[in-house]
Write a protein that binds this ligand. Structure first.
Ligand code: FAD
Length: 557
């Protein structure tokens, strides 16, 4: 006999369509040319919202990867064992083309947009396995620096088959890629890399280490090392064509705050076989093609994380009652939820606008999202050059604050692992750290601005499209222009400047394309600064009820 009846608990948020329930995302896909892909996205959305996918996510997170340095006989094998649910998550991602589809099947003019929307939807299930997926997507444009290497690897990287296990690439139906830049003495300043590359007949031998090398069971890595002419990018396979193992010693796996389903290793190279990608001494400009694409995914990942958090929070507050009312009807809770929903929508709109710019600039020869070559590929390339750095900084920065507040909306239940919110909370800081930590990205904003006046022109043209739509926005633009004209102490002000530029860009997008209630609340709080330092401080007069209703996912009865 039960001793008590369970009441006033929200049902689990499962059995819904993660894509179709996200109005800002659906509108963005339609706006940027993805209308014909709505059914495909809804199918993935239903899969992402299923109890099955949630179970895979929990199992992959709760059963972290295990390093297997030696086999039973004492032979060094340097493998990592994963829970079957990790493999199921990666399989779903690869079969849906999240890892590289736009490079192989352009999907009309919206291939990168479609892939971005899918990545955003599927990341909401579990973020850790997105790491090798992103790196594989990002490796392809960098590999195109060398026709032979691209011809060898691209068909396998873009295949829709996940074929785990260390075997020669030629015997596999599909492969994944990773990246090795960070060393003990520096990750932001990779010019300080000490790994040496010695030229030999037909390639190079690398000796040194990498301090963070994620997804070490991937098949191929883009690695930086010092060649005779300077820092150079190399292609390092884990298994040699004849089936023997390349030297790729996994010293340890990192015991990480979040992202626990994914393995991040410390690696030692000792006469490790490598092939050069791009010219000697041009390592950074070669690998930046990969970095730029992963920066886009950091932004998408953080926008997705915020969306998942707000979906959980609004869902819970729709069912939970306190002091005689449903929580989402309590004026103060409604303010908290609406404020977070505004943040989440603004993040989604910015991330999808940037993804659309990848498609548009791809016409000019590739995504080049963060390279200075982008500044020469027409207005969208110039816009992209700046928008990736701005968006990576700002959207990723907002994740941890929002995740903490969303967790609190569930009260004590939100602090308990089973709710899924602790996983989001632990994951949230990561996207701001890797692929250029916060400061590094804002310094990159300054770099892009200094490199070419056309970059600023492209940004101003984009925000100018909302000119006159709202007085608060117009004033914010005027203030921003004054900040941009003041060159004194620019480096120390880089975060402040990047934040304002990102907010004005988000405001412009919301005013032109967003929900009117969301756009109004954004202008009042983020641009007019009638706002506090915590979520839940939207000013009087905003339509919080409409904003919360729009953000709340409906689950079938
Ligand atoms: C889970 C995880 C997985 C990772 N996976 C990989 C991987 O697969 N491959 C890989 O190569 N790397 C990987 N990294 C490493 C990551 O990219 C680096 O940690 C990151 O680039 C920062 O480098 P760092 O740790 O050496 O910090 P540092 O470079 O020492 O930076 C420390 C702080 O100083 C700031 N800073 C640096 N320079 C300046 C400056 N001039 N002005 C102001 N502030 C500055 C940075 O923003 C940062 O906040 C991973 C990291 C994590 C946490």
């Amino acid at each position: 006999m039960a001793t008590h009846e369970v009441t006033n608990q929200a049902p689990p948020l499962i059995g819904y369509d993660v894509f179709s329930a996200d109005a800002a995302l659906v509108e963005a896909v339609q706006r940027y040319g993805g209308r014909s892909h709505l059914d495909e996205l809804a199918m993935l959305g239903r899969m992402a919202g299923s109890g099955q996918a949630q179970q895979w996510a929990t199992e992959a997170d709760r059963n972290p990867p295990v390093l297997q340095t030696y086999d039973r006989y004492g032979n060094r094998i340097d493998e990592v064992g994963f829970h079957p649910s990790w493999h199921r998550l990666v399989t779903a991602a690869v079969e849906n083309g999240l890892h590289a589809a736009p490079w192989r099947e352009p999907a009309g003019a919206a291939g990168h947009l479609l892939r971005a929307a899918k990545f955003y939807v599927w990341s909401q299930v579990e973020a850790g396995h997105g790491c090798p997926i992103s790196m594989t997507y990002a490796a392809v444009p960098a590999l195109r620096a060398d026709d032979d290497l691209a011809a060898e690897w691209e068909p396998l990287l873009t295949a829709r088959h996940y074929d785990p296990g260390l075997r020669p690439a030629s015997s596999k139906a599909g492969v994944l890629a990773g990246m090795g830049m960070t060393e003990k003495q520096g990750g932001s300043d990779v010019r300080a890399n000490t790994t040496k590359a010695e030229p030999v007949i037909g390639g190079y031998l690398l000796t040194g280490h990498k301090w963070f090398c994620s997804a070490p069971m991937s098949d191929v890595f883009l690695v930086l090392a010092q060649a005779p002419e300077g820092l150079t990018c190399f292609v390092v396979p884990r298994v040699m064509p004849d089936g023997t193992r390349n030297v790729f010693r996994l010293q340890r796996l990192k015991d990480k705050l979040g992202n626990r389903s994914n393995a991040s290793a410390e690696v030692e190279f000792d006469a490790t076989w490598a092939r050069r990608l791009g010219d000697e001494g041009r390592g950074i400009s070669t690998i930046i093609e990969m970095v730029s694409a992963t920066r886009l995914d950091c932004m998408l990942g953080s926008a997705a994380l915020m969306r998942r958090a707000i979906a959980e929070a609004t869902h819970h507050c729709t069912y939970r009652r306190a002091f005689g009312m449903v929580l989402s009807d309590a004026p103060l809770m409604r303010n908290v939820l609406a404020d977070m929903a505004v943040e989440s929508e603004a993040a989604t709109m910015l991330a999808m606008r940037v993804a659309a710019a990848v498609d548009r600039s791809a016409d000019a020869g590739g995504p080049q999202a963060n390279t200075d070559a982008a500044a020469e590929t027409g207005t969208e390339g110039e816009f992209l050059r700046l928008a990736v750095a701005l968006g990576k900084y700002w959207v990723c920065k907002r994740g941890p604050t929002l995740a903490a507040e969303a967790l609190e909306c569930l009260g004590g239940n939100g602090y308990v692992e089973e709710s899924g919110l602790p996983r989001l909370y632990r994951e949230a800081p990561l996207n701001s750290i890797w692929e250029g930590s916060g400061n590094v990205n804002t310094l990159d904003v300054l770099r892009a601005l200094r490199r070419s006046p056309a970059v600023l022109d492209a940004y101003l043209a984009e925000i100018g499209l909302a000119s006159g739509a709202d007085g608060r926005f117009d004033t914010a633009v005027k203030d921003l222009l004054q900040s941009l004209a003041d060159l004194d102490g620019m480096e120390a002000r880089a975060r402040r400047l990047a934040e304002r530029m990102a907010l004005v860009l988000q405001g412009s997008l919301l005013l032109r394309h967003g929900n009117p209630a969301v756009a109004d609340a954004f202008c009042a709080s983020r641009l007019d600064q009638d706002w506090g330092h915590a979520f839940g401080t939207l000013p009087r007069g905003v339509d919080s009820a409409a904003i919360v209703a729009r953000a709340t996912p409906e689950i079938p009865d």
